[in-house]
Every structure is written in C-alpha cells, then in structure tokens.
Design a protein around this ligand. Structure first.
Ligand code: HEC
Length: 250
C-alpha cells in the first residue's frame, strides 16, 4: 500500500470514529432533553391549577386547568383539541407513603382514548348517570368475561335500547372491531374502580371525593395526560406526555 493510500484509509477510520462518537453523544443528549425539558420530541402536559400539595376540603369541587403542547402546537390556542386531554384522579389513603413520582404510570389503554375520541361522552359519564348509564354502573352490572366484552361491543356497534330505560343508544358503525373490543375491555376492567375518576378537557372541576372516610394525610393524585393521535397508526410507538401532582384533603 502506498503512503497516500494508507493515509486515506486511516483518515477514513478517524472520520467514522468521530461520527459514531458524535451521534452517540447526540442521542444521549436529545433523550435527556426530551424527558426533562420536553423539547419537540415529546408532548408536554402541565397541570397549571391546582398547585402541587395544595389543600382542599373533602366533598368539594376543585377547579383544574391543564396546558398541553406538542410539536409547536398548544391547547392554549386550540391547536390541540381540549377533548384529547385527560385528567385522572386517584384517591390515596396516605400521601406520605405514596411514591407518586416513580415510576411514571403507564399511558391509558387505547380503549379509554377511543372513548375520548368518539362521541360517547356526549351521553355517558364515567361515574354518574347522564343520558346513558355511567360506565361504572355498566361494569358493575355484568360479569367480567370475554362474552360480556363481545356483547357490549355488539351493542355499541349496533346501538342499544331497553336495557337501561327509555333512552336509546345510536349505532357506531365507524368503530373497528379492535376499537370496540378495547373500549368494552376498558369499561369492564377499569370503569368501576371506586378510587379513580376521569375528566376530559383542559379545564373544569374535579370532585374531592373519598370512597371511604378519609384519614389524616389522605389526598388525591392528579394525572394529566395527552396521547398524540398519530400514535394510533398500527406499529407506531405511543407518544404520550403526562404530569402528576397531589392535593391534600382536609
Ligand atoms: C346519543 C347518546 C349516546 C351515545 C353517543 C353513546 N351512548 Fe352508550 N348508551 C346510551 C344509552 C341511552 C344507553 C342505554 C341503552 C339501553 O337502555 O339499552 C347506552 C348504553 C351503553 C352501554 C351498555 C349496553 C348494554 O348492553 O348494557 C355501553 C357499553 C355503552 N352505551 C357504551 C358507549 C360507548 C363506548 C359510546 C361511544 C362509542 C357510546 N355508548 C355512545 C347513549 C349513548
């Protein structure tokens, strides 16, 4: 090998080495930023009101406000629709023993996201009766079996009448078999949990409600979350942002 050739081969290897080191550093750097600063890579959800560790009376309604931003868009300017934002409240019997910041809770199952994105919440609430029965009371009426999930899926798709009263549910022909299954599954597994409630929208009020007589140190864990819509494409990673705080009851 001539001197020139040898020189070129060595320089090539140095360049490759430098590039690999640089990309490794860059990847490390971006993922650190994405989780702490929330740059364009991940949606950022922030509970603006109430403040973390604020204290409220039990059995009152407390106002909340959430701001979500994602890829330069924000709920502040209605670029992200308010009904894509979920507030989940969870009763915690003893806040001093709750490990609220670690690990981060998993994103809500796709069944709940499907409920938020369809028209269900125009007629149903999670815990109380609206025009239709609450999802909690539906979950309590039927045994948690595969055949219940099939039956509910069929009733949502074809519409339902007579099972709960005079009002009728219209059909939902737009939902896929997977959506219907995920929704019915979510209702049966999660809707009746007495410690948890759900509120959709960037602002509103949640209830400081305890499922049992609360002791000192009990409170509510609030989790605001947003799932980027195009994560629903099969094979795509679920892109999710969330924020968690606690409020104390008195
Ligand atoms: C226009 C109002 C309306 C909309 C929109 C609506 N529902 Fe209903 N839903 C009802 C009513 C009313 C009933 C009770 C029907 C009955 O008595 O059989 C009901 C019943 C149900 C039931 C119980 C069925 C059973 O067999 O007991 C489920 C589950 C349900 N709805 C889920 C959903 C889901 C999921 C969506 C959104 C995809 C949705 N509903 C949209 C009004 C609505």
């Amino acid at each position: 090998m001539s001197r020139i050739k040898r020189f070129m081969v060595i320089s090539c290897w140095i360049a490759i080495g430098a590039f690999v080191a640089w990309s490794f550093f860059k990847v490390q750097n971006t993922s650190a930023q994405a989780t702490t600063e929330g740059d364009a890579a991940l949606p950022v959800a922030k509970i603006v009101v109430p403040k973390d560790k604020a204290i409220y009376k039990w059995d009152t309604l407390v106002n909340y406000e959430i701001v979500v931003s994602d890829r330069g868009k924000s709920t502040k300017y209605q670029e992200i629709p308010s009904n894509e934002v979920l507030l989940k409240t969870m009763y915690i019997p003893d806040l001093s023993r709750a490990h609220v910041n670690s690990p981060p809770p998993a994103p809500e199952s796709s069944g709940l996201t499907d409920i938020m994105r369809s028209n269900c919440l125009g007629c149903h609430e999670f815990k109380s009766r609206a025009m239709g029965p609450s999802f909690a009371v539906i979950a309590k009426r039927y045994p948690d079996t595969a055949s219940t999930i099939d039956t509910l899926s069929q009733h949502i798709r074809e519409g339902s009448a007579g099972a709960w009263g005079q009002a009728q549910m219209p059909p939902h022909a737009d939902l896929t078999a997977k959506d219907l299954h995920d929704i019915s599954f979510w209702i049966m597994k999660h809707a009746a949990d007495p410690d948890i409630n759900y509120y959709v929208g960037t602002e509103g009020s949640f209830s400081m409600k305890a499922p049992v007589t609360p002791g000192p140190g009990a409170g509510i864990l609030l989790t605001a979350s947003y799932t980027r819509p195009d994560a629903e494409i099969p094979g795509q990673q679920i892109v999710h942002g969330e924020d968690t705080i606690v409020v104390e009851g008195k």
